[in-house]
Design a protein around this ligand. Structure first.
Ligand code: HEC
Ligand SMILES: [Cu+2]
Length: 340
């Protein structure tokens, strides 16, 4: 019975994964490895289930009570040969699965030469991303190249989180004071969903992220442009007012590259105008959502560490929004990327 349930379970998981384009059908290399492993486990479960259920049905039918059978049939105790067989076969299966699993683990944990180093830090309830080689920082949405492996060093600034972009790879815990590594590669451009996979407080379910995979030349162009980037000088009166408000109200916690705003308590907002999402991958980055967020982020995201700004006049919030939306690089529009 438990075996039958596990076989049915596998089929359900496989079905759900297909429906969601997660792990099993993803063509990301790490997930291909995992899928290969899963197929072996599935094959063994089906074989074991067939053998056990078949033997059971055969026995019930063959040794059923026949007319004229009175009393107990002959009683048999022990059978050394059978005991050896039913110990040896499962042992063999476990060994085979062990070897396959060990091989897969070694393969997917191995550092890959030429990978892009990235540092991810989990905070209640958002992800901070850094490119140590370039000295760049971003949050919530991480840009990576297609066709080149990335090596994400994962840690946490407060409690335990877990970093999980299911269409690209498995999870790794983000533990304060410890570094864990995930190595993976995107094989096609896209906007890949990511989740925090470790209960971390009131807004654990609202702690997501995106990985934006760009073609190599677009990625290189993005990194070069971001390195050279400084927030554009405000192009309108509201934008200028917004920048001034930002530097007095928001700069203690947020950075905007090339300005006086250098806070690191909250997400880096240098390229906020390019964000497809708001609040760490949760809400679409629309003016309505941004307005609600600035006025009272905790009403959208329980436990948010950003204070409310309900006291700001509507016109001031809109000035801040104009400024935030002006923070972008020309020639990039991540909204067009297909979503996985
Ligand atoms: C005390 C620190 C603090 C101050 C001051 C602050 N913020 Fe924040 N802000 C945060 C934190 C922390 C987050 C991340 C919250 C989360 O997602 O859980 C955040 C998130 C945001 C986001 C969403 C970013 C993203 O990656 O999706 C925006 C936009 C934002 N803040 C704008 C502002 C503006 C505008 C002001 C000033 C009016 C401001 N913040 C003032 C701490 C602060
Ligand atoms: Cu978390």
């Amino acid at each position: 019975m438990p075996r039958m349930l596990s076989s049915v379970g596998f089929l359900l998981v496989a079905g759900a994964a297909m429906a969601h384009n997660v792990t099993i059908l993803s063509d990301a290399p790490v997930n291909q490895e995992i899928t290969g492993l899963l197929v072996w486990v599935l094959v063994f479960s089906v074989l074991v289930f067939g053998l056990v259920a078949g033997t059971l049905v055969y026995t019930i039918w063959k040794f059923r009570a026949k007319p004229g059978d009175d009393g107990l049939p002959p009683q048999v105790h022990g059978n050394d040969r059978m005991e050896i067989i039913w110990t040896a076969i499962p042992l063999l299966i476990v060994m085979v699965l062990f070897v396959l699993t060990a091989q897969t683990l070694v393969k997917i944990k191995r550092p890959v030469a030429g990978s892009v180093p990235i540092e991810a830090t989990g905070w209640q309830f958002w992800w901070d991303f850094q490119y140590p080689d370039e000295g760049l920082r971003t949050a919530g949405e991480l840009v990576i190249p297609v066709g080149q492996p990335v090596e994400v060093k994962i840690t946490s600034g407060d409690v335990i989180h877990s970093f999980w972009p299911p269409s690209l790879t498995g999870k790794a815990d983000a533990v304060p004071g410890e570094d864990n590594y995930l190595r993976f590669m995107a094989t096609k451009p896209g906007n890949y969903y990511g989740y925090c996979a470790e209960l971390c407080g009131a807004s654990h379910a609202n702690m997501r992220f995106r990985i934006l995979a760009l073609e190599r030349e677009d990625y290189n162009r993005f990194i070069e442009a971001y390195k050279a980037y400084a927030a554009p000088a405000p192009a309108s009166e509201p934008a200028a007012r917004g920048q001034q408000l930002f530097n007095t109200q928001c700069a203690a916690c947020h950075t905007v590259k090339g300005t006086a705003a250098r806070g690191v308590v909250g997400p880096d907002l240098s390229l906020f105008g390019l964000r497809t999402t708001l609040g760490s991958g949760v809400w679409a980055n629309t003016p309505e959502n941004l307005k609600r967020w600035i006025q009272d982020s905790a009403a959208m995201k329980p436990g948010s560490k950003m204070p409310p700004f309900k006291h700001l006049a509507d016109a001031d919030v809109e000035a801040l929004m104009t400024y935030l939306y002006s923070l972008k690089l020309d020639g990039f529009d991540f909204a067009q990327l297909p979503r996985y």
